[in-house]
Design a protein around this ligand. Structure first.
Ligand code: CA
Ligand code: CA
Length: 145
């Protein structure tokens, strides 16, 4: 089983290498433009990249979600994302360059949800922000202008 997996992986690598050799220049250009697309894709806003848990507020995992100007923007299609210390999760959301961003921690009844922290986006800048330190939770998130 393991050997089969290795062989098929190798075959995939060979295939990719083959197509790179065929399309040399255009492959390099495609890589560059996809990076540019990511940087420019939010217009005058910023792109929230990934969030990392530096400290969690609950015993083992937090159930976190993000709001922008009071509206939940992440995660889509779920109430929260369960995160443990040191874990990083992609956010991949555009927000306005002056948005009030807040990290919330979901709690079941009878508690209400807790605020870990928040910040106001400082314009079109590529910087890291922190959500700190509600219930001793601390998270870092990268914004890309
Ligand atoms: Ca909590
Ligand atoms: Ca919770």
């Amino acid at each position: 089983m393991r050997t089969w997996h290795k062989v098929s992986k190798l075959a995939a690598v060979v295939t990719v290498a083959g197509s790179l050799a065929l399309t040399g220049t255009s492959a390099a250009v495609a890589g560059e433009s996809s990076a540019q697309k990511r940087i420019g894709q939010c217009g005058t806003g910023v792109f929230l990249d990934g969030i990392r848990a530096l400290a969690v507020s609950e015993n083992s995992r937090d159930e976190v979600y993000i709001t922008s100007n009071g509206t939940k923007i992440w995660p889509a299609g779920a109430s929260y994302v369960s995160m443990a210390v040191n874990q990083r999760v992609e956010v991949d959301k555009c927000v306005p360059s002056n948005a009030q961003i807040r990290l919330m921690e979901y709690d079941d009844w009878p508690d209400s949800n807790d605020t870990i922290g928040g910040f106001t986006v400082q314009g079109e800048r590529t910087i890291d922000y922190e959500f700190c330190c509600g219930d001793n939770g601390r998270y870092r998130i990268g914004a890309i202008a």
